[in-house]
Every structure is written in structure tokens, then in C-alpha cells.
Design a protein around this ligand. Structure first.
Ligand code: G3H
Length: 545
């Protein structure tokens, strides 16, 4: 206990005594967002605001205090419905400037946006770090990965358009087939990748010609403020409209209107269900969802232990385990579990913990204010049901810091067996037969990914065949992860609906439409005339180089 207390103090002491101790390039001033974007206008906001506090604390006479970062509007139903009206008007039943614009002109707008986004890099990276406690290095990575995603999306759309710039002739019918937009999209991203994951739906939704209601995540809202002007200046009015306020207050009216055509949501399956249920015409609603996950890792007796330890650290503890793709439960064969835990504990003890701007830091304060108490509750529940914290200082909490806990042996009576902890706790279940982890996955409500650690090809094959039908990605001797972003990212059961990747997302936010005609001289002449005169953006053989 004495040790634990002194380690709590060590963690508490990580927080700086005064802001001047923070290297100047990482300091941040208060940001007060007093405007919001609707119908191409930055409208002034004089109503209630949400105060934003960082998970990063500063010492004070009363103990460490969350740094105050600024404020943003608490919108109401009124502004949400105004945003909806603007998006509907800009779409204009598919007749608006944006949905009828040529693909090359839409790409030009997106290129303008990505250029303007680049100008805001330093501000956005700092906001990611301060708002959600992500390390500076990972915040930079999040920004760069997003820019790359946008550029890859532009390239993928060029390819798609090139394939569509020709006529198809079948059974005496001539046709041109293209992908066209779906309508108004409500887009909501998560706090853990507030920029990147939000943009993996928002960007393809826009570029395919839809119009948008964009509600930034609860933590990571200010991150988007520097981009509102870029949206305003890059796209026609009404294409991107912002929605602020508590989700429970402002989203039901949007869904109940029946005028949302696509719900793009990354968050919990419960919230996704509630949102969908509010829509009066479910058949008209397309949902692109990335939801709960409890990815398991299966470490067999044939695993390369040191590799399994390294990947388990990355899989469970990158960004403190606050990733939907994180490994959230480990099944380790009984014959190697003691060695595995010993090596894992040593590796954890060597990890760098500290404030997000420190070089090489892996463990940083967790983003959600209630998370340390929740993780402690999970650990205590496991202890009450027969588990132990296996590593030194495991589970020690100091304000927003939670030191990783290795919890063993975990069984089905414990919260950690089923709940998605979304934090730095590593539950380990010993197993004898490979049927045990497979049965776990069969019973699990989740089906995103799994990791398998083995050096035995026969064993790998024996696991791969059933596992690919239980989850959507089987990682061999590698942690679970979303990237590379050109690979399909999805999940089974309650983990996802629809597939995202650079290419899949373009399909998810569009539908195939075609212009077709019986092939006779009159129709051939008519098609040729339209194409020759460049009168239509759809019926066109223009080729994007
Ligand atoms: O939170 C879920 C993210 O999509 C995970 O992405 O695997 O690249 O960290 P990542």
C-alpha cells in the first residue's frame, strides 16, 4: 500500500506546477468558439456554451486541476433544424449545385479544402493533444493520416469516374452507369480519433455529392473549429452544416424528420440503435456504423512469446487502449501463461508514461473524466471474483492517469470478460483448448477483429477458417488495427454496419444510377449530341486525367 501511494504521488507529480514549465511550442491559449457554420454563413452564437477541460492537469494550491481550454456553443433543436433545412436546400432533391456538379469540379473543391486544412495543421494537432490527451507524436500522425486519406479518396474517385466514363452495351441496350449521391447525411465521429475517424465518413460523403450535417464529437469539438472556414470557403453553401449541443437533445428531431438519408456514426451500438429507431422511414435510411468492439487475442502454446508480448502492448495500450480496434481481452494457453505475464509485466514497467508532449511517451492521461473510476470498478469487480492485478503499480490512478493493469485469471463472472473497457486494463483468460476462445467469440455480441499468435502453420490454418466467419479481420502474429486505410474496415454483429476503406466508403455514400436506352439510330444520335455538347455531367465521356 505504501508503494502504491508513493506511485500515485509519482504519477501526480507528472503534472506541471505552472504552464511556463510546458515547452512553449506545446502551450495553448483559450479557444472560444462563438460561431457555427450553417448554409455557408458563420453565424454568431450568443447562447449557452460548453466549457472544455483537458485531461491534462496543472497543479494548483487545491491539487491538480484540468486545464481550461475554452468553450463552444450548446446548440438547440432550433439550430439543428436550421442546419437540416440548409442541407436539404443545398441538395434540392438532387438538383442542387453540389449533387449535379461534375466529379472533376467536386474534386477541385476538395483539393482546395485539403490545402486550407494544411494551413491549420499546427493548431489542430495541438487541439487534439490538449482535448483528448493523445501524445503529440500520435496527434501529428492523426493529422497526416487524415490528409493522406483525403488525397487517396480523391485518387480513388478519379479511378471510379474513369471506369464510368464509357457506355455499356448489353442486349441491345446502351447505358452509362455512375455512382450518384444519396441525399442528406448526418455525420458523427468518436472522441478517440476526433479528426481522422470523423473524416473517414465526412470526406467520402461530401465528395460523392451529398450534403451534410456534421456534429463533432463530445471531446474533440474544438479540434474542428479551425476547419469551419475552410469548409465555408471550399464548398457551395449548405454542403457542410454544423450541429452542436447534447446528442440526446439535438439528434432525435433530425432523425424524426425522416429527412436524413444516411446516418454515418462511430460510437456505441446503443446510441446507433436509438438514432435509427427515431427515423420514421427506415427503408430510406442507409446506416454506416462503426460500433462497439471487444477484440480478443489468442496466444497459443506455439506462439513466439516476445513477439506476442510486443504486439499485445501495442494492441492493448496504444493511446491507453482507447481505440475501437484495441485488443481488449487476451486468451493465453495455460502452458505459457506464467511466462507470458512475466514478460508482459517487464515490458509494461519499461513503458514511458508522462505528458503528451514528452518524446517517446506511450501512456498519457485518459480522455474521459469518468474513465479512471470505471476502470477501478472493473478491476475491483475482477478481484472480488478471484483475479489479481499481476503487475507492479497496475491500476494505480492519479487524477486522469491510469497505470496499465494486467488482470489475471479473468472469467465469465467479471465485467472485464464482456465489457469494452476502452482503457489501459489487460484482462487475461487462461485456456486449455482452442475451442474456449472460439466459444467466447461465438457468444460475443461483437465481431470486429481478432489476433492469433502462433508459429505453427497448421494451427494458424485451423484457426483462420472459423475465425474469418466470426469477425471481419484475423490478424496473424500482429495486433488488431484499422489500417492500412485502403483495406476494408468493418465488423460483424453489433460491431459495424457497412464497410469503410478509401474505396468502400465512396460506395457506401452513393448509389449506382444509370441512363439507359434501346439502341436505335434516334437514341444513338441523341446520346452523341448530349456528349458532344457537354450538356450533362452524368451522361458524359469526359475523362479525368
Ligand atoms: O478507434 C478505432 C480506430 O479506427 C482505430 O484505428 O487501428 O488505426 O488505431 P487504428
Amino acid at each position: 500500500m505504501a508503494n502504491e501511494n508513493s506511485f500515485t504521488q509519482t504519477l501526480t507529480n507528472l503534472f506541471v506546477k505552472k504552464e511556463e514549465e510546458i515547452p512553449e511550442e506545446y502551450r495553448i491559449g483559450e479557444v472560444h468558439q462563438k460561431e457555427y457554420l450553417i448554409n455557408g454563413e458563420m453565424r454568431a452564437w450568443n447562447g449557452k456554451v460548453t466549457e472544455v477541460y483537458s485531461p491534462i492537469m496543472i497543479q494548483s494550491a487545491e491539487g491538480p486541476k484540468r486545464k481550461f481550454l475554452g468553450t463552444y456553443p450548446v446548440g438547440t433543436e432550433k439550430e439543428a433544424l436550421e442546419a437540416l433545412d440548409a442541407a436539404i436546400a443545398a441538395y434540392d432533391n438532387g438538383r442542387g449545385e453540389w449533387p449535379t456538379m461534375s466529379v472533376s469540379d467536386r474534386i477541385a473543391c476538395m483539393e482546395r479544402f485539403v490545402y486550407k486544412m494544411g494551413e491549420q495543421k499546427a493548431t489542430i494537432v495541438k487541439l487534439i493533444m490538449w482535448e483528448i490527451g493523445k501524445s503529440y507524436a500520435d496527434s501529428v500522425k492523426e493529422f497526416d493520416r487524415t490528409v493522406e486519406y483525403i488525397n487517396n479518396t480523391i485518387d480513388a474517385l478519379k479511378d471510379l469516374d474513369r471506369q464510368s466514363s464509357r457506355f455499356a452495351i448489353e442486349e441491345g441496350v446502351i447505358a452509362q452507369i455512375r455512382r450518384s449521391p444519396l441525399g442528406v447525411v448526418l455525420c458523427m465521429g468518436p472522441f478517440n480519433y476526433p479528426l481522422n475517424e470523423t473524416f473517414t465518413t465526412l470526406i467520402p460523403a461530401i465528395i460523392m455529392g451529398n450534403t451534410l450535417l456534421f456534429k463533432p464529437p463530445k471531446h474533440g469539438t474544438l479540434v474542428h473549429y479551425p476547419l469551419l472556414k475552410a469548409f465555408q470557403e471550399s464548398f457551395p453553401k449548405g454542403v457542410v452544416n454544423t450541429v452542436y449541443g447534447r446528442g440526446a437533445d439535438v439528434t432525435p428531431c433530425l432523425m424524426k424528420s425522416g429527412k436524413i438519408n444516411v446516418l454515418a456514426f462511430i460510437g456505441s451500438s446503443k446510441v446507433a440503435n436509438d438514432l435509427k429507431k427515431n427515423h420514421p422511414k427506415l427503408n430510406r435510411l442507409r446506416a454506416i456504423l462503426s460500433l462497439d468492439a471487444k477484440n480478443a487475442s489468442i496466444i497459443t502454446k506455439n506462439a513466439d512469446l516476445s513477439l506476442a508480448v510486443n504486439e499485445s502492448i501495442l494492441g492493448s495500450l496504444s493511446y491507453n487502449g482507447q481505440r475501437c480496434t484495441a485488443i481488449k481481452i487476451l486468451f493465453v494457453h495455460k502452458s505459457i501463461v506464467d511466462d507470458f505475464i512475466k514478460q508482459l509485466n517487464e515490458a509494461i514497467a519499461a513503458l514511458k508514461y508522462g505528458l503528451p508532449w514528452e518524446k517517446g511517451v506511450l501512456l498519457t492521461p485518459v480522455a474521459e473524466p469518468g474513465k479512471p473510476a470505471y476502470l477501478t470498478e472493473c478491476i475491483n469487480d475482477a478481484i472480488a471474483n478471484g483475479a489479481k492485478v499481476m503487475n507492479e503499480n497496475g491500476g494505480t490512478v492519479a487524477e486522469s492517469f491510469v497505470f496499465p493493469a494486467v488482470v489475471y485469471p479473468v472469467n465469465n463472472k467479471m465485467k472485464l470478460y464482456r465489457e469494452e473497457q476502452f482503457g489501459p486494463v489487460i484482462p487475461i483468460v487462461p485456456f486449455e483448448s482452442l475451442d474456449e476462445p472460439i466459444d467466447y467469440l461465438i457468444e460475443s455480441p461483437h465481431g470486429q477483429q481478432v489476433s492469433v499468435f502462433t508459429t505453427d502453420a497448421k494451427e494458424a490454418a485451423q484457426l483462420i477458417d472459423p475465425l474469418v466467419n466470426l469477425v471481419s479481420r484475423v490478424n496473424i502474429n500482429s495486433q488488431c488495427q484499422r489500417g492500412p486505410d485502403v483495406f476494408p474496415f468493418t465488423g460483424r454483429k453489433d460491431s459495424a454496419e457497412g464497410t469503410l476503406s478509401v474505396v468502400d466508403a465512396l460506395r457506401s455514400f452513393s448509389i449506382r444510377s444509370l441512363v439507359a436506352s434501346k439502341m436505335n439510330d434516334v437514341n444513338k444520335d441523341l446520346f452523341n449530341a448530349v456528349v458532344k455538347n457537354h450538356d450533362s455531367n452524368f451522361l458524359s465521356t469526359n475523362f479525368i486525367f
